[in-house]
Design a protein around this ligand. Structure first.
Ligand SMILES: C[S@@+](CC[C@H](N)C(=O)[O-])C[C@H]1O[C@@H](n2cnc3c(N)ncnc32)[C@H](O)[C@@H]1O
Length: 231
Protein backbone atom coordinates (compact mmCIF):
# COMPACT_ATOMS: atom_id res chain seq x y z
CA UNK A 1 0.00 0.00 0.00
CA UNK A 2 1.30 3.43 -0.93
CA UNK A 3 1.16 6.09 1.77
CA UNK A 4 -1.18 8.80 0.60
CA UNK A 5 0.37 11.67 2.48
CA UNK A 6 3.17 14.05 1.56
CA UNK A 7 6.59 12.52 2.09
CA UNK A 8 8.92 14.59 4.26
CA UNK A 9 12.26 15.45 2.62
CA UNK A 10 13.77 17.49 5.45
CA UNK A 11 16.10 15.80 7.93
CA UNK A 12 15.98 16.74 11.63
CA UNK A 13 19.08 15.29 13.21
CA UNK A 14 20.13 17.24 16.27
CA UNK A 15 22.91 15.10 17.73
CA UNK A 16 26.34 14.61 16.20
CA UNK A 17 26.66 12.51 13.04
CA UNK A 18 30.28 11.48 13.60
CA UNK A 19 32.61 11.77 16.59
CA UNK A 20 36.03 10.13 16.63
CA UNK A 21 37.55 8.67 13.44
CA UNK A 22 36.51 5.11 12.64
CA UNK A 23 38.83 2.33 13.82
CA UNK A 24 40.55 0.22 11.16
CA UNK A 25 38.07 -2.59 11.82
CA UNK A 26 35.10 -0.24 11.44
CA UNK A 27 36.52 1.30 8.26
CA UNK A 28 37.12 -2.15 6.80
CA UNK A 29 33.56 -3.25 7.72
CA UNK A 30 32.20 -0.06 6.09
CA UNK A 31 34.21 -0.69 2.91
CA UNK A 32 33.20 -4.33 2.55
CA UNK A 33 29.69 -4.50 3.99
CA UNK A 34 27.94 -1.17 3.58
CA UNK A 35 27.00 -1.77 -0.07
CA UNK A 36 25.34 -5.06 0.94
CA UNK A 37 23.35 -3.90 3.95
CA UNK A 38 22.98 -0.12 3.56
CA UNK A 39 19.63 1.25 2.39
CA UNK A 40 19.07 4.71 1.02
CA UNK A 41 15.91 6.61 1.86
CA UNK A 42 14.22 6.96 -1.50
CA UNK A 43 12.07 9.62 -3.08
CA UNK A 44 9.18 7.15 -3.23
CA UNK A 45 7.60 4.88 -0.62
CA UNK A 46 8.91 1.33 -0.33
CA UNK A 47 6.24 -1.03 -1.69
CA UNK A 48 7.32 -4.21 0.15
CA UNK A 49 9.99 -4.86 2.78
CA UNK A 50 10.71 -8.57 2.44
CA UNK A 51 12.50 -7.85 -0.89
CA UNK A 52 15.19 -6.07 1.07
CA UNK A 53 16.43 -9.43 2.33
CA UNK A 54 17.94 -12.45 0.56
CA UNK A 55 15.42 -14.75 2.31
CA UNK A 56 11.72 -14.45 3.09
CA UNK A 57 11.62 -13.05 6.63
CA UNK A 58 8.80 -14.19 8.93
CA UNK A 59 8.48 -10.67 10.29
CA UNK A 60 10.25 -7.31 10.03
CA UNK A 61 11.45 -5.54 13.17
CA UNK A 62 12.82 -1.99 13.27
CA UNK A 63 15.23 -0.46 15.77
CA UNK A 64 15.31 3.34 15.84
CA UNK A 65 18.57 4.99 16.97
CA UNK A 66 20.44 1.76 17.64
CA UNK A 67 23.58 3.56 18.90
CA UNK A 68 26.45 1.05 18.78
CA UNK A 69 24.07 -1.70 17.59
CA UNK A 70 24.62 -4.07 20.54
CA UNK A 71 20.90 -4.65 21.12
CA UNK A 72 20.08 -5.01 17.43
CA UNK A 73 22.94 -7.43 16.75
CA UNK A 74 21.98 -9.59 19.75
CA UNK A 75 18.34 -9.69 18.61
CA UNK A 76 19.43 -10.55 15.06
CA UNK A 77 21.54 -13.46 16.35
CA UNK A 78 18.66 -14.70 18.55
CA UNK A 79 16.05 -14.40 15.74
CA UNK A 80 17.58 -15.46 12.41
CA UNK A 81 14.19 -15.77 10.67
CA UNK A 82 13.34 -12.13 11.37
CA UNK A 83 14.41 -9.32 9.03
CA UNK A 84 15.84 -6.38 11.00
CA UNK A 85 16.04 -2.78 9.86
CA UNK A 86 18.20 -0.50 11.97
CA UNK A 87 18.03 3.25 11.55
CA UNK A 88 20.83 5.43 12.94
CA UNK A 89 22.32 8.64 11.54
CA UNK A 90 25.49 8.44 13.70
CA UNK A 91 28.26 7.11 11.44
CA UNK A 92 30.33 5.59 14.27
CA UNK A 93 27.23 3.68 15.45
CA UNK A 94 26.58 2.34 11.96
CA UNK A 95 30.21 1.25 11.62
CA UNK A 96 30.02 -0.43 15.02
CA UNK A 97 26.91 -2.40 13.99
CA UNK A 98 28.66 -3.45 10.77
CA UNK A 99 31.48 -4.94 12.86
CA UNK A 100 28.87 -6.95 14.84
CA UNK A 101 27.26 -8.07 11.57
CA UNK A 102 30.63 -9.20 10.25
CA UNK A 103 31.55 -10.97 13.49
CA UNK A 104 28.31 -12.98 13.56
CA UNK A 105 27.95 -13.35 9.75
CA UNK A 106 24.43 -11.89 10.00
CA UNK A 107 22.37 -11.88 6.82
CA UNK A 108 19.15 -10.58 8.39
CA UNK A 109 20.07 -6.92 9.03
CA UNK A 110 19.64 -3.86 6.83
CA UNK A 111 20.68 -0.35 7.85
CA UNK A 112 19.41 3.14 7.09
CA UNK A 113 21.91 5.87 7.98
CA UNK A 114 19.43 8.72 8.25
CA UNK A 115 16.65 10.43 10.20
CA UNK A 116 14.10 7.73 11.02
CA UNK A 117 11.18 10.03 10.22
CA UNK A 118 12.16 9.96 6.54
CA UNK A 119 12.20 6.17 6.66
CA UNK A 120 8.93 5.79 8.61
CA UNK A 121 7.07 7.96 6.09
CA UNK A 122 8.17 5.65 3.27
CA UNK A 123 7.32 2.30 4.90
CA UNK A 124 4.28 0.35 3.74
CA UNK A 125 1.27 0.30 6.05
CA UNK A 126 1.22 -2.59 8.57
CA UNK A 127 4.66 -3.80 7.51
CA UNK A 128 6.44 -3.96 10.90
CA UNK A 129 5.80 -6.44 13.70
CA UNK A 130 8.03 -4.77 16.29
CA UNK A 131 9.64 -1.39 16.76
CA UNK A 132 12.31 -0.64 19.38
CA UNK A 133 13.08 2.93 20.44
CA UNK A 134 15.50 2.42 23.29
CA UNK A 135 16.94 5.34 25.23
CA UNK A 136 16.33 8.00 22.57
CA UNK A 137 18.13 11.31 23.19
CA UNK A 138 16.17 12.83 26.11
CA UNK A 139 16.58 16.54 25.31
CA UNK A 140 15.62 17.46 28.91
CA UNK A 141 15.46 21.27 28.49
CA UNK A 142 11.95 22.56 27.76
CA UNK A 143 13.11 24.54 24.75
CA UNK A 144 14.58 21.34 23.23
CA UNK A 145 11.52 19.11 23.70
CA UNK A 146 10.61 19.62 20.03
CA UNK A 147 13.81 17.70 19.16
CA UNK A 148 12.58 14.54 20.89
CA UNK A 149 11.97 11.70 18.48
CA UNK A 150 8.75 10.72 20.26
CA UNK A 151 6.16 13.25 19.14
CA UNK A 152 2.47 12.98 18.30
CA UNK A 153 3.35 12.71 14.58
CA UNK A 154 5.87 9.90 15.15
CA UNK A 155 3.31 7.92 17.14
CA UNK A 156 0.68 8.36 14.41
CA UNK A 157 3.15 7.11 11.79
CA UNK A 158 4.13 4.18 14.01
CA UNK A 159 0.45 3.26 14.35
CA UNK A 160 0.27 3.26 10.55
CA UNK A 161 3.34 1.10 9.89
CA UNK A 162 2.87 -1.42 12.72
CA UNK A 163 0.85 -4.55 12.03
CA UNK A 164 -2.33 -5.25 13.92
CA UNK A 165 -1.01 -6.91 17.11
CA UNK A 166 2.42 -5.32 16.58
CA UNK A 167 4.61 -4.28 19.50
CA UNK A 168 6.28 -0.98 20.25
CA UNK A 169 9.08 -1.02 22.84
CA UNK A 170 10.42 2.18 24.32
CA UNK A 171 12.80 2.84 27.20
CA UNK A 172 14.27 5.92 28.81
CA UNK A 173 16.05 6.83 32.02
CA UNK A 174 14.94 10.45 31.89
CA UNK A 175 11.85 10.81 34.15
CA UNK A 176 10.43 13.77 32.22
CA UNK A 177 10.79 11.90 28.90
CA UNK A 178 9.13 8.82 30.46
CA UNK A 179 6.10 10.94 31.42
CA UNK A 180 6.14 12.62 27.97
CA UNK A 181 6.10 9.20 26.24
CA UNK A 182 3.32 7.83 28.46
CA UNK A 183 1.17 10.98 28.10
CA UNK A 184 1.46 10.95 24.29
CA UNK A 185 0.78 7.22 24.08
CA UNK A 186 -2.36 7.60 26.24
CA UNK A 187 -3.77 9.99 23.63
CA UNK A 188 -3.48 7.44 20.82
CA UNK A 189 -6.46 5.07 20.83
CA UNK A 190 -4.67 2.25 18.99
CA UNK A 191 -1.93 1.52 21.52
CA UNK A 192 -2.58 -0.61 24.61
CA UNK A 193 0.08 -0.63 27.35
CA UNK A 194 1.41 -4.06 28.35
CA UNK A 195 3.51 -5.23 31.26
CA UNK A 196 4.01 -8.78 29.94
CA UNK A 197 4.19 -10.34 33.40
CA UNK A 198 6.17 -7.52 35.05
CA UNK A 199 4.99 -5.75 38.21
CA UNK A 200 5.55 -2.26 36.84
CA UNK A 201 7.38 -0.27 34.16
CA UNK A 202 10.54 -0.09 36.28
CA UNK A 203 11.03 -3.84 36.18
CA UNK A 204 13.40 -4.72 33.38
CA UNK A 205 12.01 -7.19 30.82
CA UNK A 206 14.15 -10.31 31.21
CA UNK A 207 14.76 -10.96 27.54
CA UNK A 208 15.92 -7.46 26.52
CA UNK A 209 19.59 -7.36 25.58
CA UNK A 210 21.27 -4.44 27.40
CA UNK A 211 22.03 -1.36 25.32
CA UNK A 212 25.23 0.63 25.74
CA UNK A 213 23.39 3.77 26.88
CA UNK A 214 21.29 1.76 29.34
CA UNK A 215 24.41 0.20 30.86
CA UNK A 216 26.01 3.62 31.28
CA UNK A 217 22.86 4.99 32.95
CA UNK A 218 22.55 2.03 35.33
CA UNK A 219 26.22 2.45 36.28
CA UNK A 220 25.57 6.14 37.02
CA UNK A 221 22.55 5.23 39.19
CA UNK A 222 19.75 6.27 36.84
CA UNK A 223 16.44 4.34 36.86
CA UNK A 224 15.15 3.27 33.46
CA UNK A 225 11.50 2.94 32.55
CA UNK A 226 10.59 0.16 30.07
CA UNK A 227 7.39 0.68 28.09
CA UNK A 228 5.62 -1.82 25.86
CA UNK A 229 2.54 -1.11 23.74
CA UNK A 230 0.49 -3.37 21.53
CA UNK A 231 -1.52 -2.18 18.55
C1 LIG B 1 21.01 8.21 23.60
S1 LIG B 1 21.42 7.33 22.16
C2 LIG B 1 20.88 5.68 22.51
C3 LIG B 1 21.49 4.66 21.62
C4 LIG B 1 21.06 3.21 21.86
N1 LIG B 1 19.64 3.03 21.60
C5 LIG B 1 21.40 2.78 23.25
O1 LIG B 1 20.46 2.64 24.07
O2 LIG B 1 22.59 2.59 23.54
C6 LIG B 1 20.18 7.89 20.98
C7 LIG B 1 20.49 7.49 19.56
O3 LIG B 1 19.46 7.95 18.69
C8 LIG B 1 20.07 8.38 17.47
N2 LIG B 1 19.19 9.34 16.79
C9 LIG B 1 19.10 10.67 17.03
N3 LIG B 1 18.25 11.25 16.18
C10 LIG B 1 17.78 10.25 15.38
C11 LIG B 1 16.88 10.23 14.28
N4 LIG B 1 16.31 11.35 13.86
N5 LIG B 1 16.63 9.04 13.67
C12 LIG B 1 17.23 7.91 14.12
N6 LIG B 1 18.09 7.87 15.16
C13 LIG B 1 18.37 9.02 15.77
C14 LIG B 1 21.38 9.01 17.94
O4 LIG B 1 22.33 9.12 16.90
C15 LIG B 1 21.80 8.06 19.03
O5 LIG B 1 22.62 7.01 18.57
Amino acid sequence: MILNRPLPQQRYIWGRRQSRPLTDKQRQAMDTLWHQVGLTVLENPLPELSYLFSFLPQEIWLEVGFGGGEHLATQAVLHPTIGFIGCEPFVNGVASLLVHIQKHSLTNVRIVKDDVRLLLARLPAHSLSRVFILFPDPWPKNRHHKRRIIQEGTIKTLAHVLKNGGLLYMATDDPSYARWMQDLMKQHPLFVPLLEGRKNVYERPKDWPLTRYEQKGLFQGRTPVYLTYKT
